[in-house]
Design a protein around this ligand. Structure first.
Ligand code: NAP
Length: 311
C-alpha cells in the first residue's frame, strides 16, 4: 500500500504517513528505515539533528534501494543552532548523505545558548535550560527562508509552535510555514490550534500519534470499541482518526509488523471511520481525557492550552 499525499501551501505534496525515528536506537533504526521503504511502502521519513541517529537513518535509506527522489525526508533545526541555521542543516545533510531535504522545521520555538555548557541541552547554574532570550525567532525564520532560497531544502515549516509563537514570525515572514508538527493524538487534539492552522493554510503534522512510549491510548475503552466495530486494531484507529482529519501522521516503530500495520491500518481506518466515530473521539479530550505526553522543561511559556511550562 502507498500513503495518500497532502498538498502543501507551496503546491508540493507530502505523504500523509511517515516513519518517526525519535528514540529509534542507532542499532535498530537502519533496519527499520530500510524495511519501511523497501518492504512496507513508506516514502516519508521524519528525522531530527537532535535524535543523534541521522547517520544510521541515511544508511537505512541507502540500504532500501529506493531512489532518493521518491523519498520525502524531513529534519529539524535544534535550539542551539537558531542563529546558525545553515550550519545545522549542513550537518544533517552530511549525516543523512543527501544534498537536499524535502522539509526543514524549527524543532522548538526556543533558541538555546549556542555557547553554553552543553551542545544540545545547555543549562544555567540553577539547572534550568539556558535559553538565548536575546535571540528573536523571526531571525531564525529569515535564515530558514535563506536555505530554502539556496535550494538546500524544498519546503520549510515549524514544530511545537502555538498560535502565540506563530504570531511572532508570521508578520515578517516572506514564506508561510507549510506545516506545524505538534503533539496530536486522541487525548491532545488541540482543536482550537488546528482551526487556526487551517485558517493560515498550514498543515498539521501529528507527532506521538500513538501516545509515545508505553501509551495508555492503545487500551482506551472508546478507541477499543470503535476498533472492534470496524474489525481494526486500536493503533489503526488512533492513526486513521488523524489521517481522516487531513493531518500528516508520524508513527515511530522499529518492529517490522508494526511498521507495516501502521501504514496499512492508518489508511484502512481513515476509510472506514464514520462521522459518528470521529465525533465520539473528538469529544474524549474535552470530556476529561485531555493529556500531553511530551513536556520538556523549557523555562519559557510556549503559549499552548493545557501545558504550563516551569518558568
Ligand atoms: N517535533 C517534535 O518535537 C517531536 C516530538 C516527539 C516525536 N516526534 C516525531 O514523531 C514520531 C512519533 O512520536 P513518538 O516516537 O513519540 O511516539 P509514537 O509514534 O506515538 O509511539 C511510538 C511507540 O509506540 C510503539 N508502537 C509503534 N507502533 C505500534 C503499534 N502498532 N502497536 C503498539 N505499539 C506501537 C513503538 O514501539 P516499537 O518501536 O518498539 O515498535 C514506540 O514505543 C517520533 O519518532 C518523531 O519522529 C517529533
Amino acid at each position: 500500500m502507498t500513503s495518500p499525499t497532502i498538498k502543501l501551501n507551496n503546491g508540493r505534496e507530502i505523504p500523509a504517513i511517515g516513519l518517526g525515528t525519535w528514540q529509534s536506537k542507532p542499532g535498530e533504526v537502519t533496519a527499520a528505515v530500510a524495511y519501511a521503504l523497501k518492504d512496507a511502502g513508506y516514502r516519508h521519513i521524519d528525522c531530527a539533528w537532535a535524535y543523534g541517529n541521522e547517520k544510521e537513518v541515511g544508511e537505512g535509506i541507502r540500504a532500501s534501494g529506493v531512489p532518493r527522489s521518491e523519498i520525502f525526508i524531513t529534519s529539524k533545526l535544534w535550539g542551539t543552532w537558531h542563529s546558525r541555521v545553515e550550519e545545522c542543516l549542513d550537518q544533517t545533510l552530511a549525516n543523512l548523505g543527501t544534498d537536499y531535504l524535502d522539509l526543514y522545521l524549527i524543532h522548538w520555538p526556543v533558541p538555546l545558548n549556542p555557547n553554553g555548557n552543553h551542545p544540545v541541552f545547555p543549562t544555567l547554574p540553577d539547572g534550568k535550560r539556558d535559553v538565548d532570550h536575546a535571540w528573536d525567532l523571526k531571525d531564525t525564520w529569515k535564515q530558514m527562508e535563506d536555505v530554502l532560497k539556496k535550494g538546500k531544502v524544498k519546503s520549510i515549516g515549524v514544530s511545537n509552535f502555538s498560535k502565540k509563537k506563530l504570531e511572532e514570525i508570521l508578520p515578517t515572514a516572506e514564506i508561510i510555514p507549510v506545516v506545524d508538527q505538534l503533539e496530536l493524538h486522541v487525548y491532545n487534539p488541540q482543536h482550537n490550534l488546528i482551526s487556526y492552522l487551517k485558517s493560515k493554510g498550514i498543515v498539521p503534522q501529528a507527532y506521538s500519534p500513538l501516545g509515545s512510549t508505553n501509551s495508555p491510548l492503545l487500551t482506551d475503552e472508546v478507541i477499543t470499541e470503535v476498533a472492534k466495530k470496524h474489525s481494526l486494531q486500536t493503533s489503526d484507529v488512533l492513526l486513521g482518526y488523524l489521517v481522516a482529519k487531513g493531518f500528516v501522521v508520524l508513527p515511530k516503530s522499529v518492529t517490522p509488523a508494526r511498521i507495516l500495520s501502521n501504514l496499512t491500518g492508518a489508511i484502512t481506518a481513515a476509510e472506514r471511520l464514520e462521522t459518528a466515530d470521529i465525533e465520539k473521539i473528538d469529544a474524549l479530550a474535552p470530556g476529561g481525557k485531555q493529556r500531553r505526553f511530551i513536556t520538556p522543561p523549557w523555562p519559557v511559556d510556549l503559549g499552548f492550552d493545557n501545558w504550563k511550562s516551569p518558568l
